[in-house]
Design a binder for this molecule. Structure first.
Ligand SMILES: Cc1cc2nc3c(=O)[nH]c(=O)nc-3n(C[C@H](O)[C@H](O)[C@H](O)COP(=O)(O)O)c2cc1C
Length: 147
């Protein structure tokens, strides 16, 4: 699967205590235009599995070229991933990262079993896009697009 080049996203939500949580995910995909749906999948072993499968709202941020540090920070085990990160909060309490290539504000649409992962489908309630180049992930390494 590493030979399939993807973008990189950071998915964020709040936990039951209202604390911001987030994780790096490259399983993101578009799913439906009408209604507007996107999906990503979370490992059942992930430390934030309970938080994300319980979340009614979440945000998916597509990282831009130069944002590897966000991908690294939001995939690191055992740290407070929001330490040193500037963010805003939407009206559902979901933390929003700044300066990403695109952002989808999602409401939970459905979940499906996917073996050792759970597929999370989000209804896109709002989105924003900046004209930036994407960060690419391929064979375990970060890449950028060449013309
Ligand atoms: C580029 C990249 C993509 C990732 N994509 C996913 C993903 O789609 N789903 C997932 O569950 N974990 C994914 N991970 C792993 C998580 O971000 C995180 O590193 C992992 O859950 C380990 O942290 P934890 O033990 O705190 O859960 C990805 C990590 C990286 C670096």
């Amino acid at each position: 699967m590493g030979s399939f080049a993807t973008g990189v996203t950071v998915v964020t939500t709040k936990d039951s205590a209202g604390k911001p949580v987030g994780m790096t995910a490259n399983s993101f995909s578009s799913l439906s235009l009408d209604p507007p749906l996107v999906l990503w999948s979370i490992a059942k072993s992930a430390s934030l599995y309970t938080e994300f499968t319980a979340a009614e709202s979440f945000a998916i941020h597509i990282l831009a070229k130069g944002q590897q540090h966000l991908s690294n920070q939001f995939s690191r085990k055992g740290i407070e991933r929001f330490d040193g990160i500037s963010y805003e909060t939407n009206n559902r309490g979901v933390p929003l990262l700044n300066d990403c290539l695109a952002r989808f504000d999602c409401e939970l649409f459905s979940q499906a079993d996917g073996g050792d992962h759970t597929i999370i489908v989000g209804y896109v309630a709002a989105m924003e896009e900046l004209q930036l180049d994407p960060l690419i992930f391929h064979k375990g390494a970060y890449r950028t697009l060449e013309p």
